[in-house]
Write a new protein. Structure first.
Lengths: 179, 179
DNA sequence: TCGGCGCACGTTACAACATATCATTTGGAA
DNA sequence: TTCCAAATGATATGTTGTAACGTGCGCCGA
């Protein structure tokens, strides 16, 4: 896989405009979050996906549900295994990747680049550049939304002539529990 | 490979303390850089590696030289291929990984997480949290040093109870040339 | 009603990235 | 010289990610 993989390439129906401008992001800085969990989260995810003009299928529901049970970034293969169990029938990683790509494009999930793995977005429908904190010891991931900070990163990149900017901000370290 | 891979595991001789505290990093904010290139860069790299108590071998020199020719993040396999050519003898990826890990630990190179690839550090010996900008179209990487920004990221992570923090700050987008 | 189309998903194969384990070489210190 | 540690080699295997093509199903217009 080439280094430019992140350029999202989906079929026509999946081609969703991810180019949130700084101004747009800034607008969202003040809103408050519903940090969903469990059934509430699944419901919010369904709503967001349907809003985006996509279908909420059994397979997608199962994959989202499994993904949402993790508090660590989950690899596509982890998910494939669990979904296979859940369904009593092998689900190939390939299928999982397809759906994860869709989830990332529609903001239902995030890819954690430093872990080659995925996390459910606990507030789908809200657009943020998240900052992820991943513990090197226990793997647990938490996230921070700090729009001031992330907008500074965007601004720095735009100042260097970059456009259609998507920040990847992750912090590796030891969490409070493992410290 | 598990998600906590980033926890550097090297043999005794390679075990180098990477836990730069915020205060230490802050101290460096004012210094000015020599942005090395070519032979000058290789020389600076050699000096930095020897400073760290490591040997500057033929193999390491070759790998560094090849890595430094790239203006895009280079995968270990890319490097293995070119070094193999250069030496007229196959060099296995695993040897390259070993040396890249050493380079990363000693600050001669950086891993670009969102590309699963590596870049030579153009100012070895200077400790920074770099911000990388990687073009989704042409793959070219540039870097920004903005200690104010990166220290804010560190501070945010430390505020969340994280210790031994290592920020991963990368920005994907379209560079000025490809825009 | 039937044919064609689009979308979701399945199946298989393979490419790319990374590590584990043990063997061999080399150079310096006892 | 003998021994040891560090560096590298060789081989195998594990993990992550794509490509290419096939199947099933619902919808819609002729």
């Amino acid at each position: 896989m080439p280094f430019w993989r992140l350029a999202t390439t989906l079929t026509t129906a999946h081609r969703i405009d991810l180019r949130f401008g700084t101004a747009y992001i800034a607008e969202m800085a003040a809103h408050h979050h519903h940090e969903h969990e469990g059934a509430s989260l699944a419901h919010a995810a369904q709503a967001a996906l349907v809003d985006a003009g996509e279908q909420w299928t059994e397979m997608r529901a199962d994959i989202f549900e499994v993904l949402a049970t993790f508090d660590k970034p989950a690899s596509a293969y982890d998910i494939a295994d669990l979904v296979s169990q859940k369904r009593g029938k092998r689900v190939a990683p390939n299928s999982v990747y397809r759906i994860l790509d869709l989830f990332v494009a529609t903001n239902l999930a995030r890819r954690v680049e430093s872990a080659n793995a995925y996390l459910a977005n606990s507030h789908p429908g809200c657009l943020h550049d998240c900052i992820f904190l991943i513990c090197d010891n226990c793997g647990t991931a938490t996230h921070i939304d700090d729009d001031k900070l992330t907008n500074n990163v965007r601004a720095a990149a735009e100042g260097a002539g970059f456009a259609q900017v998507r920040p990847v901000i992750e912090v590796r370290g030891k969490c409070a529990d493992c410290d």
